[in-house]
Design a protein around this ligand. Structure first.
Ligand code: FES
Ligand code: FES
Length: 156
């Protein structure tokens, strides 16, 4: 099928197999390997990307579902060589260890802050409930989200 979509803010048209997993399309066809495969079953959140403003599991999404949509991957967050406020906050609050879960975690938080720039701790907990981290405590991640939310409001 001919797929029309926006990738990290740029319009794209590509001939694709619409039944391919979106995760494989992103990693293999687009070459964007920041999005990771953990469980492959919708359980770990490592494959999370943002489609039309929602955090989704790309391992459970077909590429055809992207048609006409707006896709953001972790690679799109850095702008003009500068990391996104969420990425900076993760570094500042030491919320990264091996890093495997981080792109998915950051994309879940990106979707949360787009809709809700000042989330409560409970809302943060809900937003990252589907993202499993085997290294860092979630306390650091929650602190990073509050840091990012504060930095974002200062920028506004
Ligand atoms: S790889 Fe998609 S949720 Fe685990
Ligand atoms: S930092 Fe290693 S799994 Fe989260």
């Amino acid at each position: 099928m001919e797929l029309h979509f926006t990738l990290n803010g740029r319009p794209e048209t590509m001939e694709v197999d619409g039944s391919k997993r979106l995760l494989d399309f992103i990693r293999d066809d687009l070459g964007l390997t920041g999005t990771k495969e953990g469980c492959g079953e919708g359980e770990c959140g490592a494959c999370t990307v943002m489609l039309n403003g929602e955090a989704i599991h790309s391992c459970l999404t077909m590429t055809g579902q992207l048609d006409g949509g707006e896709l953001w991957t972790i690679e799109g967050l850095e702008q003009n060589g500068e990391l996104d406020v969420i990425q900076k906050a993760f570094i500042k609050k030491s919320a990264v260890q091996c890093g495997f879960c981080v792109s998915g975690m950051v994309m879940s938080i990106k979707a949360l802050l787009l809709k809700n720039p000042h989330p409560t701790q409970e809302e943060v907990k809900m937003a990252i409930a589907g993202n499993i981290c085997r290294c860092t405590g979630y306390r650091e991640v929650k602190a990073a989200v509050q840091e990012a939310a504060a930095a974002q409001s200062e920028e506004e």
